[in-house]
Write a new protein. Structure first.
Length: 157
C-alpha cells in the first residue's frame, strides 16, 4: 500500500463553504457540477456518487460533529482531491455501516485515484474527527483560505 500524498489532494479551489442544497441529491449535483467544471471529475461522477451513497452510506456520527465522506470508485475521478463542503443547512444522510438516519452540514468529498488509499483516508478522517479541537475549529472557519490552511495543517502536520 502506498502512502497518500495529501498535498496532492488538498486544493483551495475544492473548498465550498456556500452550498445551499435542500437534500443530498441537490448537494451532490451542485458539488459535482463545480468539481467537473474544475476538471477533477468525469461526467459519470454525480450518478456514481448517488449510486454509491445508496449502496454504501457515508454519513458518520462522530463524537463532536456529524459529517459525511462521499466518494466514488477511481474511474470517475480525473485527479485526486479532498473537497471540503459546508451546506447552509443540515441535509439527511444515512450512517456508514448502520444505515441509521442522521443529518450533516459538513462533507468531505474524497477524490481517490488509487483504491488502496480509501481505507487510509477514512482512518485519517476518523482520527481527526475524534479530536474536539479539530471539530470546533472546522465549525468556526469562515473562508475557503482558512479551511485550506486548516486542512493543510491537519493533514500535513
Amino acid at each position: 500500500m502506498t502512502a497518500i500524498d495529501y498535498e496532492e489532494m488538498l486544493h483551495e479551489d475544492t473548498i465550498f463553504l456556500d452550498v445551499d442544497a435542500n437534500n443530498r441529491k441537490e448537494l451532490f449535483a451542485e458539488v459535482g457540477a463545480r468539481m467537473k467544471k474544475l476538471g477533477y471529475v468525469k461526467d459519470s461522477y454525480v450518478d456514481a456518487l448517488n449510486q454509491r451513497e445508496e449502496e454504501f452510506p457515508t454519513g458518520l456520527m462522530t463524537k463532536y460533529l456529524p459529517i459525511a465522506l462521499p466518494h466514488v470508485d477511481p474511474e470517475h475521478i480525473n485527479k485526486p482531491f479532498i473537497a471540503a463542503v459546508r451546506n447552509n443547512k443540515p441535509v439527511h444522510m444515512l450512517q456508514m455501516g448502520s444505515n441509521e438516519d442522521m443529518e450533516s452540514q459538513y462533507f468531505f468529498f474524497l477524490g481517490i485515484t488509487d483504491s488502496s488509499h480509501q481505507v487510509i483516508l477514512l482512518q485519517k478522517f476518523m482520527k481527526l474527527l475524534q479530536d474536539k479541537t479539530f471539530a470546533d475549529t472546522l465549525q468556526n472557519i469562515k473562508t475557503p483560505q482558512e479551511m485550506f490552511e486548516f486542512l493543510k495543517k491537519s493533514f500535513l502536520g
